[in-house]
Design a protein around this ligand. Sequence first.
Ligand code: ACM
Length: 505
Amino acid sequence: MVTPPPVVPLPSSAERSPGAAFRLSDAAALSGDPSAAAALRRILRAVGAPIGHDADGTTGDIDLVVDGSGAPESYRLVADADGVRIAGADAAGLFYGVQTLGQLLTRDDDGAWRIPAVRVGDAPRFAYRGVMLDVARHFHPVATVEAYIDRAAALKFNVLHLHLSDDQGWRLEIPSRPLLTERASGSSVGGDGGGFFTQDDYRRIVAYAAARHMTVVPEIDLPGHTHAVSLAYPELAEQPVLSDHVRDTVRVFGGGLPQHGEPYEGMAVGFSSLRIREEETYAFLEDVLSDVASLTPGPYLHVGGDEALGTSAEDFSYAMARATEIVTGLGKTPVTWHEAGAAPGLAAGTIGQYWGFVTPTDGMDDKTRAFVARGGRVVLSPADAIYLDMKPSEDFPIGLTWARGATSLERAYSWEPAEVVGGVGEENILGVEAPLWTETVRDLADIDALAFPRIAAAAEAAWSPRTGSHPDRTWDSFRDRAAALVPLWRSQGVTTAAAEAGGSR
Ligand code: ACM
């Protein structure tokens, strides 16, 4: 059997060719697109490989071009002893070809850097390939977000969803409502302090992501997950609803009971709500969402809608209809968690993000189908597969276990997007997103420890051909290909035990 080149996510086609590898040295001339050459040099520098030199106006040994042919984000890569050529359909496709080249690079026992003779033809399965970072439960500064962007872009993700507000803190400066960050950004889970992004910080993140072909999707979670608002605008927030779940969570994890207008540093969910029948609430949302939209070049604005557990179905529907109407009025496409599918007045075309299990429970599939019935599409984030904050093994020091216990790498890999929600098939799926909630996640080392290597399984679900349609789209092949990437991940600064275990989990 021919071993496939160790590329993750699996390309549409990748074949080893007969003949010798390309030997990379400082004598190698690079030609073509300067930003693709810069992206390649970042990889070469990080792994310690020779970075070559610019070709003098002719076609070099490594030629990186955008040729306009093929599907969006697609590329073709051909390598042999004479050189390497990558042709992208567009700049993103060329960038992804460069990422593949980085994964193909090997250092032989004789110390030489080589790229094996291969032919790769590749295009993404889904247009939306996301990672989500929760900067509300614990704040993560710009440098950490940029590091996570680099890790994700190298796996061909093109969306960074930022969960910017929650019960524990408000993380984005809103010029029209300055009290949000003045009064509600100083706390986090466990009393670890807070923080927020200034408008300039946020613009930097958006620009850094764009340079790596990633779009930022900001989330302001509504109408629940809004306790932080009660610190800044107490008149807009209901009293906390102290359910059995809230009391049980306090018993197990501590953190005390939430109190109106006081910072909340526990891990309970579902107790907070904006005042849904007050018109002032919608003036507030107009202000907040307008300011967020003005920082957002991308098409999507996420307005949450999950776990409004103390809110009546009528009030929840009313709030989500109003919130999604504001978003469409701002020229953006709303995204919500799947619960909002139950709201009859949700704006047409709203994207639904499914966060139930791989086998849906409790009518979550009905709510998800409702988005399709209203002309929207679905982003799949099955929690028992690709919630990266679940523990990878029961004894892992950080992470949670509510999504059917620990999530092994094999479980993160072994699901098929088109088979999760009945009636939501290929054409109804906008994409796949791997969220990382940060109740137990304090810094980049924690992010890496939970994300790697399972983020690679999510990348394959988002990018690669569907399961069963390609001989290497299998757990056995993925395990070997992911394990081969560990040195590259280390060169990116991923130094955790999870990365070192590679594909063995
Ligand atoms: C969620 O995990 N509450 C979307």
